[in-house]
Design a protein around this ligand. Structure first.
Ligand SMILES: [Zn+2]
Length: 300
């Protein structure tokens, strides 16, 4: 993309994207988008613009495979509150598995994702042996960036499939209200960052739930691994390597993450049974935003 006059954003070394926080009126047309200061830009309109949504912000993103325009659309209507249904599902963001359900399912990240990640590590190790800034270094750098992009796309695709699968199982989904940023700085850093669990729980899952009229609620996270789901007793703190819950009061035994998912479901049912915590619910859905990525066509 060539620079057009003074207004065009420059991509500095560390800058991979440039945001337009506000959008112009009637800024969308077939195969082009009008941006503040830049005017009309050609794009490859790989899909229709969503109907019933308004473009709220745009971001030009530089990726290994070219320049893209990400447009965030916001729903014009407030989302209808999905009613609380009969069937409920508790989900625990696992350490061993990606998520655990209260039905005893331990869902792991698929192999192809792990394979791509180990390939990525291999390339990164190879990069160390190249002279920084050399032709081969740049070549490898570009290869790594492309693979990163592919991993991110594959992961996102799998996240959407998983969210739909979970919605197939139930009417209500209860999850833990985890601050994934501080969580990922801790012991579980590596796994959690690789799998994108935070994005799944906080963005993709509530989005799919909203689309499919499923009730989504975050419940208090405190001590979900220290409580017995069967008798409600406090069973004490567990070490990270203690993978099995064995209640000393009622002798209920099950995988630790499954028990946490059961506790989360119990808490969700209590919240729904009494007054639904409307705030927690609305927090998730007021920003009902859908992002679409379009490839930018180079200016002639
Ligand atoms: Zn118990």
């Amino acid at each position: 993309m060539k620079s057009k006059g003074y207004g065009f954003p420059r991509f500095k070394k560390q800058m991979k994207s440039f945001v337009f926080p506000a959008m112009l009126k009637n800024c969308l047309a077939k195969d082009k988008v009008k941006l503040p200061q830049l005017g009309w830009l050609k794009i490859k309109q790989s899909r229709d613009y969503p109907t019933g949504f308004e473009a709220r912000l745009a971001r030009i993103v530089k990726k290994a495979t070219g320049y893209y325009l990400m447009i965030a659309f916001q729903s014009l209507e407030s989302c209808p509150d999905a009613p609380v249904g009969k069937i409920s599902l508790g989900l625990d963001a696992g350490i061993e598995s990606f998520v655990a359900t209260d039905r005893g399912e331990l869902i792991k990240a698929p192999k192809f994702l792990l394979q791509a990640q180990s390939k990525l590590k291999l390339l990164q190790r190879r990069l160390k042996h190249k002279t920084k800034g050399s032709k081969n270094w740049l070549k490898l750098q570009n290869k790594i960036a492309k693979l990163h992009e592919k991993v991110a796309n594959t992961r996102r695709d799998w996240h959407f499939k998983l969210a739909n699968y979970l919605c197939d199982l139930t009417n209500n989904i209860f999850v833990e209200d985890i601050n994934f940023i501080s969580w990922s700085r801790g012991i579980v850093r590596k796994q959690s960052l690789d799998s994108g669990i935070g994005q799944f729980i906080n963005e993709i899952l509530p989005y799919i739930c909203g689309k499919r009229s499923k009730f989504y609620l975050k419940v208090n996270k405190n001590g979900t691994s220290q409580e017995c789901s069967n008798c409600g007793s406090y069973t004490g703190k567990k070490q990270l390597n203690e993978r099995v819950h064995n209640c000393q009061y009622c002798s209920y035994t099950a995988p630790r993450d499954v028990v946490s998912a059961e506790v989360i479901k119990n808490r969700g049912l209590i919240a729904v049974g009494h007054t639904v915590n409307q705030n927690a619910y609305r927090d998730v859905l007021t920003g009902f935003i859908q992002s679409n990525l379009f490839e930018l066509v180079k200016c002639p």
